[in-house]
Design a protein around this ligand. Structure first.
Ligand code: KG4
Ligand code: ZN
Length: 339
């Protein structure tokens, strides 16, 4: 595939991010300006505040990334940008920055689906460090982010067959909601992981949802079960065993994600499993996949699990190299459905 150096921009939620990446894999520079502290006081991402923060951060973040790479816009071949799914007001800031850069430089622009970006985070390695093995097709991709939980069979670059998805809450959303009801800080995922470290994962037997399609997920019943347990304990004036509740909840989610991904990989003769999205930063989930020997597993480095622009540059490279160039009339893409 033709070589290309890409400047990538990601602003789909509460991270203003920019990266420079070569040939979809070698990361030269990456900046992520997190708004987490700003949103923490609201207990979740506040969309209007998020878009205003992006407006303030986008130019310094792009400038800082270029400076970090010791390159200029003249050294770039392509501009890549997240076009969705995400918060419309946030996406528009990154899209307009990217369109402005493409217009000013004459460079081609590629719109990238955020979830495809998460998948391609597994292709990225830091330039100058050892080259990580490239994921091999067919692979089973488990996407676990704040907004999506899906199993996709990937038979080639940019080629997905969705086998199942969540019928209600996404895995990350379940972590965030359960974190809130346990009184833990936002975002719930890392807070639950931390609390769970000292807890007993078998103390509470939370239910696992039954779904017709074995590759679908459902986490809202689990969230309600934790809520009932918490209410029951409170009624009895007992101190909440936060650590045990967190550990038991986390174990239920991790076991479900792990077992379904393994079964899907077996059923579809996948060569490898790929796990990506914010929840793939979870240590218990990573350990579950790393401790089995049946499939080779690709999980991105911690810094690439949650939102970043390196992954958008990686996916953008394969889109560009395979002829999927967009134009300046490109609009926000509301869904994961790829065209
Ligand atoms: O991919 P991401 O950064 O944003 C979306 O595209 O949604 O995922 C964010 C989600 C949040 O729900 C957050 O709680 C979860 O990823 N998360 C984790 C961990 N780190 C982030 N969940 C469990 N354990 C973690 N260590
Ligand atoms: Zn994401």
């Amino acid at each position: 595939m033709k070589p290309a150096r890409i400047l990538a921009i990601e602003t789909s939620c509460d991270e203003t991010a920019c990266a420079v990446i070569e040939n979809g894999r070698a990361l030269l520079a990456s900046t992520v300006a997190s708004q987490m502290d700003v949103h923490a006081r609201y207990g979740g991402v506040y969309p209007e505040v998020a878009s205003r923060q992006h407006v303030l951060s986008i130019v310094p973040v792009v400038e800082q990334t270029l400076a970090q790479s010791s390159l200029t816009l003249k050294d770039m071949d392509v501009i890549a940008v997240t076009r969705g799914p995400g918060l419309a007001g946030s996406l528009v800031v990154g899209m307009n920055m990217a369109k402005g850069l493409a217009l000013g430089t004459g460079l081609p622009i590629v719109g990238v689906n955020h979830l495809e970006g998460h998948v391609y985070s597994a292709w990225v390695y830091n330039a100058g460090e050892s080259v990580s093995p490239e994921p091999q097709f067919p692979l089973m991709a488990l996407i676990v982010s704040g907004g999506h939980t899906e199993l996709n069979l990937m038979t080639d670059h940019l080629t997905y067959q969705r086998l199942g998805s969540t019928l209600d809450d996404a895995a990350g959303e379940a972590f965030d909601k359960v974190g809130r009801l346990l009184g833990l800080p936002f975002p719930g995922g890392p807070a639950i992981q931390k609390a769970a470290e000292g807890g007993n994962p078998t103390r509470f037997k939370f239910p696992r949802a039954r779904v017709d399609n074995p590759y679908d997920f459902s986490f809202s019943g689990l969230k309600t079960a934790v809520l009932y347990e918490v209410n029951d304990l409170k009624k009895k004036h007992k101190t909440l065993p936060i650590e045990d509740l967190a550990a038991s909840f986390q174990k239920t989610v991790v076991d479900t994600l792990f077992e379904k991904a393994m079964q899907a990989a077996r059923d579809h003769n996948a060569r490898e499993i790929l796990v990506a999205g914010g929840v793939s930063a979870n240590r218990a989930l990573r350990n579950a996949f790393m401790s089995q020997k049946e499939f080779r597993v690709n999980i991105p480095a911690f810094s690439l699990c949650t939102d970043n622009a390196a992954m958008i540059g990686a996916a953008g490279y394969y889109r560009y190299a395979l002829g999927h160039v967009s134009d300046l009339t490109m609009d926000v893409q509301p869904t994961w459905e790829l065209s």
